[in-house]
Design a binder for this molecule. Sequence first.
Ligand SMILES: [Fe+2]
Length: 359
Amino acid sequence: MNVDPSSIHPLATATADARPSVLLVDDERTLVEVLAAVLAAQGFDTTVATSLSDATKLLQSLRFDAVVSDVLFDGREDGLEVLGATRELQPHAAVLMMTGRAEIPAAVAAIKKGAIDYLQKPIDPVVLGATLSRVLEEQRIAAPSLGFADLAGILTSMVAHTIERVDPYTAGHGARTRKYCRMLGQKLALDDRSRERLELAGIAHDYGKIYLDDLGFLTKNGPLTPEEYEEVKKHPLLGARKLGTHPMLKEVCQFVAEHHERWDGTGYPRRIKGEEISLPGRILCVVEVFDSLATKRSYKEGWELPKVLDFFAEQRGKMFDPEVLDQFLVLLEEHGDSWLKAPAAARAEAAAKKAAGHG
Ligand SMILES: [Fe+2]
C-alpha cells in the first residue's frame, strides 16, 4: 500500500483485516517498494515512507504492528529518530533496523534503545518476512493478556461450535456467514460499527436453535412436517432474546431477529418487508440463504452455481432486496465456485476431527 501521509485522517486503521501491518522506512524508494511488494505477497499489509517526516506523520495516523527502518538517511542517522517516534507513538510496535556494514554500531545502539533486531543490507525480503513473522508471533505469545480481538475470536468460535453441536449440518456456517457478511457489508459501504455488529449476528444468527424444545428436528432425516417447521421458526426471536441484554448487543439481536424476514414480507417472525428490515438484516438474509443452498442436508444435496443463480434471479425483489442481491452477485462472480465448495470441505474437516477424537 502506498499512502500519501497528507491524505490520512486521524485514527485511521492500517489494516481492514487481520494481516500484520508493517511500515517500511527508507530513503531509497525503489528498494523499499520492492520490499513492500514481496512482503505484501507474503501476507503483510505494507506502507512505505521515504523520510523521517513522512514516517512520523504515518505513525501519528495509522496503527502498525511493526516498523522496519533504515539506519542512515542521506548520511544522517534518522533511523534512530524513526525508532524514537515509534517508541513514543506506538510502543506496542516491533522495530527492526536495516543497516549497511558501516552503521552496525548505530544499529546496536538502536537495539539498546528498544529495536528488536537489525538486518544487514542487502536485505533479502524473504528473510525480512520470516523475521517479522517470528518477531510478531513471539510478541503475541508474550502478551500479558488476551487482546479484544483474541477474546472476540475465541468467544465467537465457542458460540459457533455450540450451534454446530445441535445442528451438525451447519459446520462452519457461522464463520462463512460472518465472512460473507463482512465482504458484502464493505461492498455496500456499511459503516464499521454496523458491519462489526453484522459480523457478530452472522456468527450468532442461529443461536436460538439451541433453545428449541426438541432438538431432534435439526438432525431429522428428511424435510420437516408443518408443525415441526412452526417450532423451528421460533429460533430467530429465541436467539435475539437469549443472546443477552448488553447494550452493545442491541443491534446484533435485531439483526438476528430479522434474518428470516423477506423483502416482500413473506418471511418470519414479524413478516416485515422492504426497508422495515434493517440493511444489515437484508444482507444477512441473502448471505445466509446462499450458504444454506450450498450446504447438503439430509433431504437435499448442496446446490451447483447455475441453480443458485437461477434461484437468486427468480427471487430478486421477492425474498431479497434487489440492490443487496446485485452486490452479492458481483462477489459470487469472483468467489462463487469456492464458496459453494466450502460447506462440504468444512463438514469433511469436522468429521476428520471427530474421527481423530478432537471433535
Ligand atoms: Fe436461521
